[in-house]
Design a protein around this ligand. Structure first.
Ligand code: UDP
Length: 489
């Protein structure tokens, strides 16, 4: 287990986005939390410091919490490749997918608990009585019984889930139940994700959020977008003399140094080429192959309006807790190689370097801002931060009507929803519609921006967290009874 250093950031800049009253009220709530928590820490534990939505969100939320004087800290648990294979299987199961089809039986429990035991040793040296712990996702669920037994207020936040509890969801919950059924508070991105056996009063809905001032979402002017994309090699280089500079999350100015790893024939697309873009981890549930098929249908229909497709994701060597990435990228590459030459020249696959989180984030930022259409054609999706990120950049978004995407996009207002994610023809038709109609694209993008401003910025999450911590501490002091009694209550 290791700690990730988190800097501080003040929330003042939110005044321009949500008004002075809301910002003031968050400050007051933070003052109340400081009184309740005193000098003790609020620890967050997950399983990766980079890549994916959880790391993205933690980095920004904790920074603001620290800026408000709350001692929020971040730990990353470590595990063997076998452990991450089991937790990826659990991740897939909670999305009602069989994943690699491997069992979730006693052998997997042994692998899982062995790593949990090692992490508990490290954790015990850090967590002090009175601290609060927030565990994220299935990887950390096994830590909960130990923390409950130590009388530590603990919250489990589950960022994944599926609206219908099919056989795989049941298998996932059967594996996890003994770790989480006595957690004082569990947080889900949608109400339908919570397992039936968890008492309603202990399960809370909290949608994820994005940080408008992070390297991922900060404003970039058009010249900078172009300079970054040219520098990293995702668009053709002629005609750009600007510097690929950006503001790091610690406030310092820096330039993009590294380059993306681009798979293409005939060179990167020109800056003028409209781009259909999906940026995601290389994960089957993000369905990059389905995007490829949908785009092929679009081109076949003759309605591509000259657009190219860019599928981008992290460099597959960069994410420790996602063992399926290399295989999925391999499959995508295979399918790309099998495309007819003319079509293959219109499709580009990019791996973005993960060595520097801010640099990676600003690459994603530039790509999302440059896209003519952002796609998120997930087969399953807990929330889908990439959707809010693109809406915040006023992009037209075409995304599957699954999971949390449905909370972000109202079909035809903030974006277009693909009702049947397994149907490439539907994706092709929606892409054709938005590519042919710039006024529609603009109006979707503008409405999307407003929706995110209202519901999905970090300031909303800070408001909810302040309430949750206060409720958790109040409920813990009410139930100052022996743990065994509380467990059976
Ligand atoms: N992301 C990134 N670099 C990449 C690909 C993705 O920073 O190369 C980010 C993306 O911008 C988003 C997060 O990873 O912030 C993915 O979150 P989401 O909720 O969309 O999906 P998850 O990966 O958590 O399933």
């Amino acid at each position: 287990m290791f700690e990730v250093n988190v800097s501080c950031r003040r929330i003042d800049a939110f005044v321009d986005l949500v008004g002075v009253q809301r910002v003031e009220s968050v400050r007051q709530m933070a003052g109340h939390i400081r009184e309740l928590v005193g000098t003790r820490a609020i620890w967050n534990i997950n399983s990766t410091a980079t890549g994916g939505g959880v790391a993205e969100m933690l980095r920004s939320l904790l920074r603001y919490a620290r800026g408000l004087g709350v001692l929020a800290r971040w730990l990353v648990m470590e595990g063997s490749p076998e452990f991450f294979r089991v937790t990826k299987r659990l991740h897939n199961a909670l999305h009602d997918s069989p994943g690699d089809g491997s069992p979730l039986g006693p052998a997997e429990t042994r692998i899982y608990e062995e790593v949990i035991r090692d992490n508990i040793l490290a954790l015990d040296a850090l967590i002090q009585p009175g601290d609060i712990v927030v565990c994220h996702d299935p990887q950390t669920a096994g830590l909960i019984p130990h923390l409950v037994a130590r009388n530590i207020p603990v919250v489990w936040r589950c960022h994944i889930g599926h609206d219908w509890h099919g056989v795989d969801v049941d298998k996932g919950w059967a594996f996890l139940r003994k770790y989480i059924e006595h957690v004082p508070l569990a947080i889900f991105s949608r109400a339908s994700y919570a397992p039936d056996w968890l008492p309603r009063k202990r399960s809370i809905v909290l949608p994820p959020n994005i940080d408008p001032f992070s390297a991922k979402n900060q404003m970039l002017d058009e010249q900078t977008v172009r300079a970054i994309l040219v520098h990293i090699g995702l668009v053709d280089g002629s005609g750009s003399h600007d510097d690929p500079v950006f503001v790091r999350d610690d406030g310092s100015l820096d330039r993009v140094d590294r380059k993306a790893d681009l798979m293409c024939v005939g060179g990167a697309p020109s800056y003028e080429t409209p781009l259909v873009v999906q940026v995601s981890r290389w994960d089957r549930m993000k369905d990059p192959l389905g995007v490829l098929r949908g785009f092929a249908e679009l081109v076949k229909s003759g309605q591509a309006c000259g657009a190219h497709l860019l599928l981008a994701g992290p460099n597959v060597r960069g994410i420790a807790d996602d063992p399926e990435g290399p295989q999925v990228l391999d499959d995508v590459e295979h399918a790309w190689r099998a495309l007819p030459d003319a079509l293959r020249a219109m499709v580009h696959l990019a791996q973005l370097p993960m060595n520097d989180t801010d640099e990676n984030a600003v690459m994603v930022n530039a790509l999302q801002r440059h896209a003519a259409v952002v796609v998120q054609k997930s087969l399953r999706e807990g929330f889908g931060l990439t959707v809010s990120e693109a809406l915040w950049k006023r992009r037209a978004v075409v995304a599957s009507a699954v999971g949390g995407i449905q909370d972000q996009i109202r079909d035809g207002i903030d974006g277009l929803l693909v009702c049947d994610p397994a149907n490439p023809g539907e994706l092709a038709a929606l892409l054709a519609r938005v590519l042919a109609d710039p006024a529609l694209a603009r109006s979707l993008g503008n409405a999307g921006y407003e929706r995110v401003r209202e519901h999905f910025l970090s300031i909303s999450a800070l408001e909810r967290w302040a309430e949750l911590v206060a409720t958790l501490l109040a409920s813990m002091s009410e139930t100052e009874m022996p743990v065994e009694e509380r467990a059976s209550a």
